[in-house]
Every structure is written in structure tokens, then in C-alpha cells.
Design a protein around this ligand. Structure first.
Ligand code: HEM
Length: 199
């Protein structure tokens, strides 16, 4: 067997890493922005997460809540684009066959988890997007107006619940996926992790 058939392509590995990092960041941002009080003065510059590392100037002064909500929406839409490209790549590039050492239940669990993760990667941005267009603010992408808000309170509330619930299920599934990867590295000590790395 040549090495190409035992590992994921470089593009798949990079997409896996970049999307994973952005999704972690989106969870953090989602929880962070949730805590920001509604009443606050508008600012033209933001110290990102109050860490004193990145200072972000905005064209139009905004309240901290608006700034972080817009950032969450903009990055969410961007990662959705990357996720769609990843799915296209997955369909057009057959992944390497699983190691022959895997037991039948491991194959089923791994395949099911991977497919479910793809579903959640689609559901998370879409439910966020539906919630956002039903708010009175609508959706902007890094300052560019995409869609105006419908101001439909019931639909917004419903999709807020759905977005949060999908997020909870997503976190549990990511945990299962990561535990599986760690089991292969430290208990089975097989080559699973290497297949999804660049060297
Ligand atoms: C992979 C993509 C995404 C992830 C991981 C994610 C994650 C989260 C999390 C963890 C929260 C906090 C929920 C809570 O308070 O318990 C949140 C809230 C929110 N998300 Fe997302 N999100 C994603 C994509 C999007 C997109 C694409 C949009 C809209 C275009 C969006 C709009 C919102 C809004 C408006 C809230 C605030 C709800 C509120 O408190 O009123 N999200 N998201």
C-alpha cells in the first residue's frame, strides 16, 4: 500500500485543524458574548476579550455586545463556507481505509461519530443564521450588510434554544471523538493519529 492510501490528503488535514480551531473559538466567543450586559456605551475600538493583545478599530462605534455578536456571526458564516468546502473535499477524495486492527464496534462508532460531526457542523451555523435573521438586527458579514432582521421574536427564541441545544450535543460529540483519538494514541498505540497529521 502506498502512503497516499493510508493517510488523509494535506488539504483534508489542514481543513480538519483550521475548522476545529475556529469551532473552539466560536464556542468561547458564544459564551463570552452571552455575558456582556445589554446597556453599555458605544466604542470605536475594542480590546479583544480584554486581554490587551489585539486592539480592533471599527468603522462605526458599537456597543461591546453588538461588536462581539457581529464578530460571532461573521466568523460563523466564514467557517460555514470552509465546512462546505471540507464536505466537497471529503466527497471528492475517498478517505484512507480504517486500520485492519479496529474491532467491528469501533468501526461503526467511528463512522457514525464522523458522519454526525458533519451534520452538526452544518446544523450549528444554520441554526445560528436562522436565529439571527429573525432578530431585529439581521446579519452582517465583517461590516457588509447581508440580510435585514425580520424581528420575529418567537422564531428567534425557538432557534436560540435550538442553537444552544445543538451546541451542547456538538460538544459531547467532539468529546467522544477526541477520547477516541486519544484511545488510539495511548491505549492501542496504533497509527490513527498520524493519518490526520501533516508528517
Ligand atoms: C460552528 C459555528 C458556530 C458555533 C460553534 C456557535 C456557538 C455558539 C455558542 C456556544 C453560543 C452561546 C450559546 C449559549 O449562550 O449557551 C452561541 C450564541 C449565538 N450564536 Fe452561534 N455559533 C456558530 C455559528 C453561528 C452563526 C453562523 C450565527 C449567525 C450568523 C450565530 C449566531 C449566534 C447568536 C446571535 C447567538 C446569541 C444568542 C443570544 O444569546 O441571544 N452563531 N453560538
Amino acid at each position: 500500500m502506498n502512503s497516499a492510501s493510508t493517510r488523509y490528503t494535506k488539504t483534508a488535514v489542514i481543513l480538519h485543524g483550521v475548522i476545529a480551531l475556529i469551532i473552539f473559538f466560536m464556542f468561547f466567543l458564544g459564551w463570552f458574548m452571552h455575558e456582556i450586559p445589554k446597556e453599555a456605551a458605544k466604542q470605536a475600538s475594542f480590546d479583544l476579550f480584554n486581554l490587551g493583545v489585539v486592539h480592533w478599530n471599527v468603522a462605526e462605534p458599537a456597543s461591546p455586545r453588538t461588536f462581539y455578536f457581529n464578530l460571532h456571526k461573521s466568523i460563523g458564516i466564514t467557517v460555514f463556507g470552509l465546512i462546505l468546502f471540507r464536505i466537497f473535499w471529503r466527497i471528492t477524495h475517498t478517505p484512507p481505509a480504517m486500520l485492519t486492527s479496529y474491532k467491528a464496534w469501533e468501526r461503526k462508532l467511528a463512522t457514525g461519530t464522523h458522519h454526525f460531526l458533519y451534520l452538526l457542523m452544518i446544523a450549528m451555523p444554520i441554526t445560528g443564521f436562522i436565529m439571527a435573521i429573525n432578530s431585529k438586527y439581521g446579519v452582517m458579514w465583517f461590516g457588509l450588510d447581508l440580510v435585514g432582521g425580520l424581528d420575529n421574536k418567537d422564531a428567534r427564541e425557538l432557534f436560540k434554544e435550538v442553537h444552544e441545544t445543538v451546541g451542547f450535543v456538538f460538544l459531547l460529540t467532539i468529546l467522544l471523538h477526541s477520547l477516541g483519538a486519544l484511545k488510539h494514541k495511548f491505549i492501542d498505540k496504533d497509527g490513527t493519529m498520524k493519518r490526520m497529521s501533516l508528517h
